[in-house]
Design a protein around this ligand. Structure first.
Ligand code: ADP
Length: 364
């Protein structure tokens, strides 16, 4: 049976049972009162009125029953109307919900339900709207992601094709073309690797091997890895080692990945003669590792967005440059290790990225 008739029927059953109970209880409970009043009357009238006793009792009972029976149809009518309105209201909300769910299922993520009222049905509509909003965002992200991946792949694929054609036409020697193709393919490999890491980081599916690691060791390894690249570019790398007892609770390999991303970005955006400084400060149960450069800086409107997937401040995407997922991965890894990654910057003067890391439980 459909919801509306079912609700109406339920209400009607309740109304009928209540009305019947009212009649029965009224009839039963009225009996002693009637007898009491008749007895009082008999006292007033005296013994000559004894023959009227049963007539009076029956008369009063009949009047009561008639009054109840006369009021009953009106009460039933009002009850039925109220039940009808209540059932309509519930059914209308459920219908809206049903239509909304169908719309969402067919891809209309902008569909919303009316939220007027304060009852549970309105709360349900509100939850539905929140869910629809979340789905719309997921859909937008999905569409953007496909667009971005296609965009990122278009350039290297076009380059590979260009080199291959150039080699076929004899414009470029085969060995040079092959070397260039290998470079482009390596770039695509990096991109697919980064993409799969982004999806794992964002889905909370990155496997971590957390253990106690002296922060000084992590910073020294990062410095060893990068000092040649910094020298080549004429940028000074200053690393202030923390005390030996500053031990953090991280996955060493993932932590290196975060540091490598921050250092390579700092190097990329700092001109020759500039400085990149790395230092650490302990606050309570965590350590903040700061990587500060004297580079181009990031304008305030871009600052928060640099952590978004594929976001690059310079929209003109230079082939061979990063794909804009480095900071997304770094922040995702930092958060997966119960820390965070934030940035501050003064455009034209430099940027500072702060990575917070929990201290090792033994050391904290
Ligand atoms: P990319 O692969 O482009 O380096 P990232 O996610 O690492 O991607 O960085 C996103 C954007 O943030 C970069 O394109 C760059 O514009 C900006 N950015 C990151 N680090 C710095 C920095 N130290 N100084 C200035 N801009 C930076």
């Amino acid at each position: 049976m459909r919801l509306f008739p079912r609700l109406l029927l339920n209400h009607l059953v309740v109304v009928t049972v209540t009305a019947s109970m009212l009649l029965i209880v009224a009839e039963l409970s009225a009996q002693p009162f009637i007898q009491h009043h008749v007895a009082q009357m008999m006292e007033l009238i005296g013994t000559q009125g004894n023959h009227m006793r049963s007539d009076l009792t029956n008369g009063m009972r009949l009047t009561l029953t008639r009054a109840l029976l006369a009021a009953l149809p009106l009460a039933l009518l009002v009850a039925v109307l109220t039940a009808w309105v209540a059932a309509r209201r519930v059914t209308a909300s459920v219908r809206h919900l049903q239509a909304g769910s169908r719309a969402i299922a067919s891809g209309q993520y902008d569909r919303r339900l009316p939220e007027d009222g304060e009852d549970e049905l309105t709360e349900l509509a509100r939850s539905f709207n929140t869910m629809a909003g979340a789905l719309a965002r997921v859909e937008q992200t999905r569409a953007e992601l496909i667009g971005n991946v296609a965009h990122e792949l278009r350039t290297p694929v076009a380059a590979v094709r260009g080199y291959a054609e150039a080699a076929q036409d004899g414009i470029l020697p085969a060995d040079k073309a092959l070397a260039a193709i290998a470079r482009e393919v390596a770039g695509m490999e990096r991109l697919t690797h980064d993409l799969s890491l982004v999806s794992r980081v964002e889905g909370g599916r990155v496997e971590l091997h957390l253990r106690s690691v002296p922060l000084g060791d992590l910073l020294r390894q990062a410095q060893d890895r990068f000092h040649l690249a910094f020298e080549d570019r004429g940028v000074t790398l200053e690393v202030e080692r923390p005390a030996a007892d500053v031990v953090v609770w991280v996955d060493a390999q993932r932590a290196q990945q975060v540091l490598a991303n921050l250092l390579s970005n700092a190097l990329k955006h700092t001109p020759a003669g500039g400085t990149v400084r790395v230092w650490a400060g302990v606050h309570g149960a965590e350590v903040t590792v700061a990587v500060a450069d004297t580079g181009s800086g990031i304008a305030p409107e871009h600052l928060d967005r640099v952590f978004e997937r594929f976001y690059r401040v310079d929209a003109a995407r230079t082939p061979g440059e990063g794909s804009g997922v480095g900071l997304t991965i770094a922040r995702g890894l930092a958060r997966a290790m119960q820390g965070d990654l934030t940035a501050t910057s003064v455009p034209g003067q430099g940027s500072t990225f702060r990575w917070t890391v929990p201290l090792s439980p033994a050391a904290a």
